[in-house]
Design a protein around this ligand. Structure first.
Ligand code: FE2
Length: 376
């Protein structure tokens, strides 16, 4: 069953040894960053921000930085074979490599986490240019995913030393995407609790919500999930693992195609989900379909909401309520050919939870897609 432990836990007055100011950027390793950048600009409404590649002295890779409000993505592609990035893409397909976190002190963040058992990915390094300095460091998390700690308080350049401004005459309008609400990791059988412990011990996070396989199961398949949050709640990482069902769990399908653990979805906040989703659909983004019957009874479950039900029904936007308010959410289909990473679009109206009341409708929809791929 669901257990919610946030109120008591957050009352604890222990010092946060890893204060985080939120997500700094999400970096994807992709097969063709030029085309990916065009896709995210065109379909999701990002703007060109910065670039690094051969023209700026980087010989083995190219990175495009795109931004929308407080949401920054870096899309990186290798130029040669036999390197870590090329191997990553060969194994995982396009996916999230870095969940980079904004910190006050990247040296301290590295010291605090590695002394608690975090495995170092990058010792603190200072990058400088005419606009100041960025200090970054990093530790490994599940699979080949990495948390970078980014300290940019003494930097006022466009993105980071090593990057130049990417000026483009192609500037699609934004779609109202604001910031990363949460990022979900899929881990292997019996690996959820070890990773919960990692986030507790190494990063000082707390388990604020837990869902067992009875919460998250359909007739056929199941998963378990625990939501980890840092002290101020700016950074939330739910961790999923597959559970036994009659058929293959959606988490298992992900693990098969990603060839290991990794980021399942990035949830992005909007202030007006109806307008955002209408625009994303107009630009060709495909979302999971929810049966019309969901809307026949949803208001009995969630009570009165500010929005008209009709556009929510037409768009397939889901609604859930907790003690503090309600939320509206919708999930894209996978953004690659492999059934791996997808996005969630979420608008919170007080609720701090994750849409438990929608799990059944959502997972049945996911399973219909999984079945079409022959992987259920
Ligand atoms: Fe989510």
């Amino acid at each position: 069953m669901e257990t919610m432990t946030m109120p008591e836990q957050l009352k604890a007055t222990t010092v946060d040894f890893l204060p985080l100011h939120g997500t700094d950027y999400v970096e994807f390793y992709v097969g063709n960053a030029k085309q990916a950048a065009h896709f995210y600009k065109t379909a999701f409404g990002f703007q060109s921000l910065a670039y690094a590649g051969p023209e700026t002295g980087v010989k083995d890779k190219v990175s495009y930085v795109i931004r929308q409000n407080k949401l920054t993505f870096v899309l990186t592609t290798p130029l040669r074979i036999n390197n870590e990035i090329a191997d990553h893409i060969y194994k995982h397909g396009d996916g999230v490599k870095f969940l980079s976190l904004k910190v006050e002190d990247a040296t301290d963040a590295w010291e605090q986490t590695t002394k608690r058992g975090g495995k170092s990915f990058l010792e603190p390094v200072t990058l400088k240019d005419d606009n100041g300095e960025v200090i970054m460091s990093g530790i490994h998390t599940y699979g080949e995913t990495v948390h970078l700690f980014i300290e940019r308080k003494n930097y006022n350049g466009i993105f980071m030393p090593g990057f130049v401004e990417w000026k483009s005459e192609y500037n699609p309008t934004d779609t109202g995407l604001q910031y990363v609400d949460h990022c979900v990791g899929n881990v292997g059988w019996n690996q959820m609790n070890p990773w919960v412990k990692f986030y507790e011990d190494v990063m000082g996070f707390r388990n604020i919500l837990s869902f067992d396989d009875k919460d998250i199961s359909t007739e056929y398949s199941a998963l378990m999930s625990k939501v980890m949050s840092n002290g101020n709640g700016y950074v939330k990482f739910p961790i999923n693992e597959p559970a036994e069902g009659k058929k293959k769990s959606q988490v298992e399908e992900y693990l098969d195609f990603y060839n290991g653990e990794g980021v399942q979805h990035v949830a992005i906040a909007t202030k007006n989900i109806i307008e955002t989703v209408q625009e994303l659909k107009r630009r060709g983004i495909e979302f999971l379909k929810i049966p019309g019957s969901y809307y026949d009874t949803v208001l009995d479950r969630v009570g009165t909401i500010d929005e008209d039900l009709q556009p929510l029904r037409e768009l397939g936007i889901l609604i859930d309520r907790d003690d503090e308010g309600y939320l509206l959410q919708i999930f894209t289909k996978p953004l690659e050919d492999r059934p791996t990473l997808f996005f969630e679009i979420i608008q919170r109206k007080g609720a701090k939870s994750f849409g438990k009341g929608n799990f059944k409708a959502l997972f049945e929809s996911l399973e219909r897609e999984q079945d079409l791929r022959g992987n259920l």
